[in-house]
Each structure stands twice: as structure tokens, then as C-alpha cells.
Design a protein around this ligand. Structure first.
Ligand SMILES: C[S@@+](CC[C@H](N)C(=O)[O-])C[C@H]1O[C@@H](n2cnc3c(N)ncnc32)[C@H](O)[C@@H]1O
Length: 260
């Protein structure tokens, strides 16, 4: 597992998936993937990769490990409360129909949580909720909208009853009224072009392994994607320290605004 092997592995991964590890924190990613290789029967990154691509299921597991898609409904509930009591009412005063993007949506818990909030706040208004992720398999799970109890643990009990139906195997399926309000698409935040005209962008718990340069570029791209007055909401450990340099003002901790 020398440098040459690692470089070749990165090239192969990029060619196959469009995931460019140059834009991720190198030592952490190399260690993470190295752990996998060491636990396997293979001796090099490339041998491991050549084998893992042969089987659709093992490849999907590998991408899931690489991209870390852990998520849950109403993750960090106090921040979601702020969204409901302050940020969304503020945005609704400016525009009755909101264009919202959950970037790095994983299993769909984040955009469906938004869909629930929007339904409750504006029952007669349809908004746009775009949800995107790099990982095709996780998007399939998001579109299916079926969850284990643990993924709903931060959600109020009345919402669980109201917006989910119990499946025969004890899981919870999101009701169509919540589901159809979310539009999913595959999108690589470090590569693909961005849509524009968003009132609100959520990008939470996605950038943990991105390099500082990749993060700066991402936040600059979000800035362009927001409408003037629009707000970017980031994860609870992901405060943007240089937000002023990027053009944002601070709306509330972890919420950054594009000035008018
Ligand atoms: C930990 S989940 C976060 C889910 C949700 N936002 C939350 O806070 O619960 C991180 C997600 O980011 C996605 N991701 C990682 N790199 C990405 C990239 N370059 N472009 C788009 N999505 C990416 C992963 O596939 C994963 O589903």
C-alpha cells in the first residue's frame, strides 16, 4: 500500500464514480480506506478496488463506507426548531413559495423533515424541496422512504403517527403527502454545476472530510446559488469561520445569509 498504489487507486475511483479524493482530507481518507484493505484478503488499494467493483452489492457497501451516510429525522432538533420558529417564517415573509435544497441528503431524513415542517407551516402552499447526494444507492433508499425506528428517534411522537405508516416488518414508511413534495437527484457537490435561485440551502454533516480549499469553493458556490437574502444552514460542528470573506453575514449561529 505505497504512494503509487494509492495514487492509482484514486484515479480508478475517480474514473468509476467521479469521486475525486484530492478534494478530501488525504490522511483521514487514506487511513479509513486503508483500514478496509487491511481487514480484507487484499494487499493493495488497487487490488482491493479491482475486486470490490466486480460485485454490485460490495461496491455499494464500499461507497457507503466511503461517504458515511448516517442521518436521522430532525437531526440536532434544537436547530430544526430554530428553522421552524425563526428562519422559515423570515423567508416566507419574503416569498410565499420557497425553493429549498438539502445538499448531501443521504437517506432522505433531512428533506422529509423539511417537507413535514413546510406542510405544517403552509398547508395550502407547495414549495420546492430539492434533495441531492453523490451516492446513488443511498438515493434509492431515500426515494423508498422506509425507516427503522432509530432513524425517527428525534422526531415528536405525534409527527411519527401522522406522517408515517407502519410496514408489516415494523418499519416506518413516509406518507405520500410528505414524499411527493421532495425531488431527489444525484449531484456531486465537488464537481457538478449548481442550480441557482434558492431561498434556503442545507448542507449539514457533509464536508467533514473535505479539504479547506474544497470547503471554501463549496461555500462560494452555495453563495452564488442563493437568492439575495437567502440562507445557508450548516452542521452543528461546521461553523464557517471565514464567512465574511466569502460574502455572507451571520443570521444566527450555523445560519449564514447572502446579503440583499
Ligand atoms: C452524514 S450524511 C449527512 C446527511 C444529512 N445532511 C444529515 O445531516 O443528517 C453525509 C452525506 O454526504 C454525501 N456526500 C459526501 N460527499 C459528497 C459530495 N461530494 N457530493 C454530494 N454528496 C456528498 C454522502 O454520500 C452522505 O450521504
Amino acid at each position: 500500500m505505497d504512494d503509487k498504489d494509492w495514487e492509482l487507486f484514486k484515479q480508478k475511483l475517480n474514473a468509476k464514480t467521479g469521486i475525486d479524493l484530492q478534494l478530501y482530507k488525504e490522511p483521514q481518507m487514506r487511513r479509513r480506506i486503508g483500514n478496509l484493505v487491511t481487514r480484507s484478503e487484499f494487499k493493495t488499494f488497487t487490488a482491493y478496488f479491482d475486486n470490490v467493483v466486480k460485485n454490485k452489492d460490495t461496491f455499494a457497501e464500499f461507497i457507503e463506507y466511503l461517504t458515511i451516510n448516517v442521518s436521522e429525522f430532525f437531526r440536532t432538533p434544537e436547530k430544526f426548531s430554530l428553522l421552524e420558529t425563526d428562519v422559515i417564517p423570515y423567508l416566507l415573509k419574503r416569498s410565499p413559495k420557497l425553493n429549498i435544497w438539502s445538499a448531501g441528503c443521504s437517506i432522505g431524513a433531512e428533506p422529509y423533515s423539511l417537507s413535514i415542517i413546510m406542510k405544517e407551516m403552509t398547508p395550502n402552499q407547495r414549495h420546492r424541496i430539492l434533495a441531492s447526494d453523490l451516492d446513488i444507492d443511498i438515493l434509492a433508499k431515500a426515494r423508498a422512504g422506509i425507516y427503522a425506528d432509530g432513524e425517527l428517534k428525534a422526531m415528536r411522537a405525534d409527527r411519527k403517527t401522522k406522517y408515517f405508516t407502519k410496514t408489516p416488518d415494523g418499519k416506518f414508511a413516509v406518507k405520500p403527502e410528505i414524499k411527493t413534495a421532495v425531488e431527489f437527484k444525484r449531484h456531486n457537490l465537488l464537481k457538478d454545476p449548481f442550480e441557482t435561485g434558492f431561498d434556503l440551502i442545507l448542507c449539514r454533516n457533509v464536508v467533514i472530510y473535505f479539504t479547506e480549499e474544497a470547503k471554501d469553493q463549496l461555500y462560494a458556490n452555495f453563495f452564488k446559488a442563493l437568492k439575495p437574502g437567502g440562507i445557508l444552514f450548516v452542521g452543528a460542528t461546521e461553523a464557517i469561520l471565514n464567512y465574511r470573506k466569502l460574502g455572507y453575514t451571520s443570521y444566527k449561529p450555523f445560519f449564514y445569509q447572502k446579503p440583499e
